[in-house]
Design a protein around this ligand. Structure first.
Ligand code: UDP
Length: 367
């Protein structure tokens, strides 16, 4: 019997693919619902709320898009994020439109020309790279964006300065030499038309799959029913934190309902300078839900503390990756047929599409 531990998007993808190959799969999930952090549900206003924060599916991976599209139709939503910078709501990633919003016209035009001649139009430039441009105007611009978009947001989100986090993290939101205000430029993007939970439920709907909610690995470990374990939780917990905790960042969401049609002009507004929260998500935008009320979440970041909050983001560093590898080695000594996957299991900052891709690859490798 294959046992998948954790019913998030990674575990469910593996379960489905194994089931379609004729294998029996038991999926155990310690929470009372499926979906992991993609879990969503409708509230009393008829608004589909992402219970663990805003999730937007976007990918250039055709294989992934074809796979997930077997289980859902898509609402063609294109994500836009605004950030409050110097009292103006400007497009994030910071782009040429943002420049024209915050600077006087003559300065904005000069900066635009410099950016285009130095990097080319439609190019994405990580902020840490822009800081090395070596031109006085671009140095000024880089310093402005660094201080007003990245520094305080990243301190709030990671407890570290932008140059102290893995460069791949801030490069997710590069300065964009473009007038395209979308957060993602991927070929395929959208929100499952009925929500993520129904999409994932449909994936689990297979005669070879059994789902047990409210059931953890510890509950079944002693029954020795697993020939192969697909573990999507954090490996330090599996190994009883023998080598100490693997660091993660956590978030907490403060949901509020307002008696007004809309609270803010976009699904996500970032607060890179003000307040303790990093951003506010407004959920009715994703599927254009109609209601006289609106529900939003204020998002706060903190360190993950075992037993107190949930791990959300692995904190990539050489030391942490080395500890992760040590844990995986220990786990493989204890369990002969164990595979790790997902954001927690692989200790990788996966987007949903990359989580699905890696789950598909794992099953392909096994066959
Ligand atoms: N970031 C920032 N200011 C912003 C948006 C992002 O400093 O307005 C940085 C921050 O370090 C963040 C990273 O870019 O953790 C990646 O942002 P993304 O929106 O991809 O994060 P996620 O949605 O995965 O939390």
């Amino acid at each position: 019997m294959n046992v998948v531990v954790g019913a998030g998007i990674s575990g469910i993808t593996v379960a489905r693919l194994l089931a379609e190959k004729g294998e029996k799969v038991l999926v155990v999930e310690q929470k009372g619902h499926i979906g992991g952090n993609c879990y969503d549900s409708y509230d009393e206003n008829g608004i589909c709320v992402h219970r663990y924060g805003t999730h937007i599916f976007h990918t250039d991976l055709e294989k992934v898009w074809r796979f997930v599209s077997r289980f859902t139709d898509w609402y063609p939503y294109m994500h836009k994020v605004l950030g409050l910078v110097d009292g103006q709501l400007v497009p994030i990633p910071f782009n040429l439109n943002s420049i024209h919003k915050v600077f006087p016209e003559s300065l904005a035009s000069r900066l635009e020309e410099k950016l285009i001649s130095s990097f080319g139009f439609n190019r994405k430039v990580p902020i840490l790279e822009l800081r090395n441009a070596g031109d006085p105007d671009l140095d000024f611009l880089a310093d402005y964006i660094y201080r007003k978009v990245f520094l305080i947001y990243t301190m709030k989100q990671w407890g570290l300065k932008p140059e102290e986090v893995d460069p791949g993290v801030t490069a997710r939101v590069p300065v964009y030499v473009s007038r395209d205000d979308r957060y993602f430029q991927n070929r395929w993007q959208g929100i499952p038309a009925e929500g993520y939970t129904p999409m994932l439920k449909k994936m689990l709907d297979h005669e070879n799959i059994e789902l047990r909610l409210g059931c953890s690995w510890k509950d079944i470990e002693d029954q020795h029913i697993s020939d192969r374990i697909f573990y999507t939780g954090s490996v330090d917990q599996l190994m009883e934190r023998k080598l100490g905790d693997l660091p993660y960042r956590s978030i907490s969401l403060d949901f509020k309902t307002y008696k007004k049609e809309y609270f803010q002009p976009a699904a996500v507004v970032n607060y890179p300078e003000n307040y303790d929260f990093t951003r506010i998500g407004e959920y009715k935008y994703f599927l254009d839900d109609r209601s006289a009320n609106t529900v939003v979440s204020y998002e706060y970041s903190s360190d993950y503390v075992y037993g107190k909050n949930e791990p959300y983001y692995p904190v990539k560093s050489d030391a942490n990756l080395a500890k992760y590898e040590e844990y995986v080695k220990l786990a493989k000594e204890k369990f002969s047929n164990i595979y790790f996957l997902g954001r927690l299991g692989n200790y990788r900052y996966y987007d949903m599409d990359k989580a699905v891709e890696s789950a598909i690859s794992l099953v392909e490798e096994l066959s």
